[in-house]
Design a protein around this ligand. Structure first.
Ligand SMILES: [Zn+2]
Ligand SMILES: [Zn+2]
Length: 324
């Protein structure tokens, strides 16, 4: 299962109800911020997520509406020094711009105790832990070094606690061994095989996030079969020429991509003030009915073979610092 909290869902400039692009993807203890438009740190507080465990950001590209919030967010994080390190993942050109922003504008000659890591993204795997992996794929937009991100949970065989109990498997390292696929010998000499206590293989959830994009044909393969796709939808089809001129997608194109890539759910974001939200939704739904348009602070749960779940009333976590 993955969760996503949208912090900003507007294209290019904020509107009264929508901040500039940013979202946080949650998986177990891990948090990944994706893009950080101006004003994101306040959105983060208002969302209830706070700054806790926020130590990684994935940049889709280096346009200002996606990165300017990093100046404010990092200056807060560095000043309070509650964080040991912060890693920024992005294409070469996005990282160069962010490095200028941080080192030339925010820090200048000042030193910070926070270790900043800039990790250049290339297509392929970026991060892996016990339960999931994160990979990047190229996206066409204005300029070079634009990326989308795919979060994929590893498939696993659930541990059948009742079965283990019935066989007399004690709590502790024996269970860990069985989960790791190794047989164990009990105190009475009986050998227990992993197959006796592990259920059938459960496939993991796959979740794709694409920022700004000018084409959909080269995105079908990387996101194929995802349980959910988040993608920009800046224009409507009536202004398809403008979309093309600025390297953006229409709601129609986003919906066509979802259909052709066989994804389960489509979540549109990066929407323009030029159109009412209902028009964006209606255009996409004629092609791909399982579409929603994200709003700021929307919180969704994405699970394999389950409908997209909107989480209401997220319990606000306590903030990770007390005062300046
Ligand atoms: Zn943008
Ligand atoms: Zn852009």
């Amino acid at each position: 299962m993955f969760e996503i909290v949208f912090l900003g869902t507007s294209a290019s400039a904020p509107s009264i109800r929508r901040g500039l692009p940013s979202a946080v993807v949650l998986h177990n203890e891990q948090r990944f911020m994706v893009d950080c438009g101006e004003g994101t740190q306040r959105q983060l507080l208002q969302s209830g997520l706070g700054f806790k465990r926020l130590d990684k950001i994935l940049l889709t590209h280096g346009h200002l509406d996606h990165i300017l919030g990093l100046a404010g967010l990092l200056s807060t994080l560095m000043r309070w020094e509650t964080l040991e390190q912060f890693t920024i993942f992005g294409g070469r050109s996005a990282l160069e711009r962010v490095e200028d922003l941080i080192y030339r504008i925010v820090l200048r000659d000042a030193k910070t105790a926070v270790k900043l890591h800039f990790t250049e993204v290339k297509p392929g795997q970026l991060f892996e832990d016990r339960s999931f992996e994160l990979s990047a794929f190229s996206v066409t937009h204005r300029g070079s070094g634009n990326f989308g991100y795919l979060f994929r949970e590893k498939s696993h065989r659930p541990f059948l606690a009742d079965q283990a109990e019935a066989l007399g498997v004690p709590f502790g390292p024996e269970r860990k061994h069985l989960v790791a696929g190794k047989s164990i010998v009990l105190a009475d000499g009986r050998v227990i095989q992993p197959d006796e206590v592990l259920g059938p293989l459960v496939e993991g959830t796959t979740f794709a996030m694409v920022g700004d994009a000018a084409r959909i044909d080269n995105l079908i393969d990387p996101i194929y079969g995802a349980d959910a796709l988040v993608i920009e939808s800046t224009y409507l089809n009536v202004e398809a020429e403008l979309a093309q001129a600025y390297g953006h997608l229409t709601a129609t194109q986003a919906a066509q991509l979802a259909r052709e890539a066989g994804v389960q759910q489509l979540i549109l974001t990066h929407v323009s003030r030029r159109y009412p939200e209902r028009d964006v939704l209606a255009e996409a739904r004629t092609i791909f009915p399982r579409t929603v348009v994200a709003r700021d602070f929307d919180h969704y749960r994405i699970m394999k073979d389950k409908a997209l779940l909107r989480v209401i009333d997220t319990p606000a976590e306590e903030e990770s610092y007390v005062s300046a």
